[in-house]
Ligand binder design. Sequence first.
Ligand code: GCB
Length: 598
Amino acid sequence: MLHKYVVIFVPLLLLQINVLANPQITNLPGRNTTCLNGCWHVIVDPYENGYYNYRYEPSQNGYFKDEKAKDKSDLVEYDFDRSGTLQVPGDWNSQRENLLYYEGTIWYKKSFDYLTLGKNRLFIHFGAANYHAIVYLNGTKIGEHIGGFTPFNFEITSFVREKNNDIIVKVDNKRYREAVPTVNTDWWNYGGITRDVFLVETRPTFIRDYCLQLKKGTSDEFEGWVQLDGEQLQQTVTIDIHALKDQLELFTNENGYAKIAFKADLELWEPENPKLHEVTFSCLTDHVSESMGFRSVETHNQDIIVNGKPIFLRGICIHEEAPYRGGRAYSRDDAIQLLSWARELGCNFVRLAHYPHNEYMTRLADEWGIMVWSEIPVYWTILWENSDTYHNAETQLVENITRDKNRASVIIWSVANETPILESRTKFLKNLITKTRSMDSTRLVSAALERHYVDEYTQMIDDPLGKYLDVIGCNEYIGWYDNLPAKIDHIKWKTVYNKPLIISEFGAGALYGFHGDNLTRWSEEYQEYLYERQVKMLKKIDFLRGVTPWILMDFRSPRRPLPNIQDGWNRKGLISNKGEKKKAFFVLQKYYGDIMEK
Ligand code: GCB
């Protein structure tokens, strides 16, 4: 009994702690920040010796105390400053060969001075750390966060000193059955502080967050809200959209909140003309600016409609994996490389699988007019009946929407990928959908579902979750996991939903440079042939409104051990991890080129 209690208790504790993070400060590029990226000292701690004592109780005197031996007799068994370093941002697995498979704790330390805070406030902001981060400043715990792909920040105003501050972060990427994602995925569990770290200095009362977008179904009615943080919560807030003559004034309530609603004729954001407007929010004590685009998106029967025009989403799936260098992608340069390839393919849409990608991606997508499907790692079979698992998933969803709600490029929030048809799953996802809509009434909601055969050649889409979605996503691997490519020619598609369909995955593995005939697994020719058959089939699905094949580039996965072919990589990329284009790339490029010409 006791054993069972312990096993259940520890993970539950881990899952409930997100509440300790302060509300997210958004639009970091628009703030007064100091970057803490670079070399951080690290201690690899597989037994969590720096956290637990020998009775396996949290220690009062762990590594976060950053002790130094004071004299020659003193016993201190660690020393950050004499330990090695890792680059932040960056996963640890790809930085040291002996950490490639490491799953556990690594302690990070960075020192900094902060001389001129005055009456202002200071926060530490992490773009992401996978998976569980506990943050200490000068020996005091300031907060913790669960979830590997969303930002979090803590206020450190009352802990920071002018000189010699030490930030210590315990990052643990162990997998848990009850976590999100769960233990079983088809991607590498890259650990570490994987995104930028910034100090954010704000005025005592500042504009923490805001939302501004077109009201659903309109092209000139704007709505949103603004949220102040601090003591002077009731203030006049001015919104200045530089393209408009008049400014808008609002008055925030006792909670620092005000709703926005106004009419204006503004040039819209369109994929072919991604117009961004400079918008400034100001109040007596603060101001913040951001480039924002405005567009409408809705569905009508089986159509997806952007700014009043039906569109077809020419997409591709992307993992957050760095081209050439390998490991997690984390920079604007990485985003430029990945989205340049998508553009070269002829894409106007990307599916950022299977978790929120770094913010450079969605910001660049805004600039380049690439529409985005944004997803949380509710992947395969998580624990549908566990309320902490639900809380964890919902928190990641909220953090993702909070970060990216002002990105015009994001048109779809996806709540899940390839989940089993169970009552408990449908209830879980329905709750996530309700939460999504309560935070954002304008974007479309989707999920990547599965399909099944109703006879030898007929594919049916009837997952009960479809009822709650705006757009049906469907993954299929006909010709790869399901028969050989020749079968694709005979397939017919049916749906019970009068809604648009996106084929959110199809694909085949191919090793770049490996050749054979079109029935030779792993050859470029097999993959090319499968893409040709798939394209032919897709053209015949009359309710199809978008495609995101699997996947832009090969990516690391421990599920893929086949020697000399996979060697730890999922080879379904159209481009190898070294940037070499496989033959199928050009099949998809031609398909998209033909659609554009029509
Ligand atoms: C899928 C998953 C994706 C996998 C892919 C594959 O259905 O959604 O995460 O990587 O298949 O390659 O098998």
